[in-house]
Design a protein around this ligand. Structure first.
Ligand code: PLP
Length: 402
């Protein structure tokens, strides 16, 4: 009889020749448990999703309660479904006045696609700009604005009319003109290896967009829902996007995304032609129930207020000759090492010793630290102990010591 691992390799599509092949039986809080009962501290929250931890009882209860009422009823936007209504109302109550209209979708990439279409419709323009180093998803529109040639060159021709500016480089803001429909910017760049923009840059970006009638689309798919120490990362910058993109942690562990704009902007999807974006499962009632419950946990347990001190503890503990830099904001951190090989060896040893981490798509020399926000001081100390031991081991090995 074939093992699960063999079946996985035989029947489940693979996108690399080196999948991790870890097999977990259950997950709770910050821990993943394999079939032998071995616990792993989850330092990536799979990826940037499980902000309230795995299987939070309040979220699970909300899911169960919705399961008993109804699952899918109808494509998005036709029926009044209370989980969507309640979740949108809560999100809007926590957002600035200009962001009142929530379009729920299935994923981050779909939020990107929806926002790109909306910006074109609303402005009547076709040029779309994004930043070098960006990651906005893997569908063709999102790939078109990926700021890394390596992962997109095989899929050309992609969406025409796209262009790139350097992230955090004020000189490039002049490339935003009155022909630009929108600019997609990750408020904190994720897959570039966690790059945090300056406040002045973000304010200048926002001002340039206003001056040219360009919609500013902030992709907070990875950064929002408290991860950077504010519910939404743009709150660090004193700016408000025209379109906000959410996914990942939005659904509390269930698949959910959203693009959010003003009623005026969003109304462009209603006419000439109608049905400007259609999704069958977007805003699934169970996902919205889970998302609302997870947001309530974030707020009621004051988890976001704990993020800054947890970041400080990571920074205090992560001191080692192998570490070139610890970058990031809140619990969205990157540890920069010499190169990919060093990083990979350290990551492999961390995983073997019960700490899950990985590297970034566009930054292979840096290690990801993005745990559930519920991680405790003790768990941070334990995880950092494992990381530092792996670094000692990695350095000893590369200098021929072991
Ligand atoms: N945008 C950002 C910043 C992301 O980090 C990701 C996923 O990693 C996406 C968009 C795409 O989200 P999804 O994988 O749900 O399509």
């Amino acid at each position: 009889m074939l093992t699960h691992r063999q079946l996985f390799l035989a029947n489940n599509a693979q996108t690399t020749n080196f999948p991790l092949l870890l097999e977990f039986e259950r997950a709770e809080g910050v821990y993943l448990y394999d079939k032998d009962g071995k616990a792993y501290i989850d330092l990536i929250a799979g990826i940037g999703v499980s902000n309230t931890g795995h299987g939070h009882p309040y979220v699970i209860d909300a899911i169960k309660a919705q399961l008993d009422k109804y699952l899918h009823l109808m494509v998005y936007g036709e029926y009044v479904q209370s989980p969507q209504v309640k979740f949108a109302e809560k999100l809007v109550s926590l957002l600035p006045d200009d962001l009142q209209s929530v379009y729920f979708v299935n994923s981050g990439a779909e939020a990107v696609e929806g926002a790109m279409k909306l910006a074109k419709r609303y402005t009547g323009r076709s040029q779309v700009l994004a930043c070098y180093g960006s990651y906005h998803g893997s569908t063709q529109g999102a790939l078109s604005i990926m700021g890394n040639e390596e992962y997109k060159q095989a899929y050309r021709p992609l969406v025409p009319g796209t262009g790139f500016i350097r992230f955090n480089e004020p000189a490039d803001l002049d490339l935003i003109t009155n022909e630009t429909a929108c600019v997609f910017v990750e408020t904190v760049q994720g897959e570039a290896g966690i790059r945090v923009a300056d406040v002045e840059y973000m304010q200048a970006l926002s001002a340039r967009c206003k001056a040219t009638g360009t919609l500013l689309v902030l992709d907070e798919i990875q950064a929002a829902m408290g991860r950077t120490g504010k519910l939404f990362a743009f709150e660090h910058y004193g700016i408000v996007p025209d379109i906000l993109l959410l996914a990942k942690a939005l659904g509390g562990g269930m698949p959910l995304g959203a693009f959010i704009a003003s009623n005026e902007v969003m109304s462009a999807l209603k006419e000439n032609p109608i049905l400007g974006h259609i999704t069958t499962f977007g805003g699934h009632p169970v996902c919205c129930a889970a998302g609302l419950a997870s947001l309530e946990v974030l707020l009621n347990e004051n988890l976001i207020d704990t993020v800054a001190s947890k970041e400080a503890l990571f920074r205090q503990l992560l001191v080692h000759p192998a570490i070139k830099e610890v970058r990031g904001k809140g619990l969205m951190l990157a540890i920069e090492l010499a190169d990919f090989d060093t990083n990979k060896k350290i990551i492999d040893r961390c995983i073997a010793n019960g700490v899950i981490t990985d590297w970034f798509l566009h930054c292979s020399n840096s290690m990801r630290i993005a745990p559930p926000l519920i991680i405790t001081e003790e768990q941070i100390r334990e995880a950092c102990g494992v990381i530092l031991e792996a670094m000692d081991h990695g350095i000893a090995r590369s200098s021929g010591g072991l």
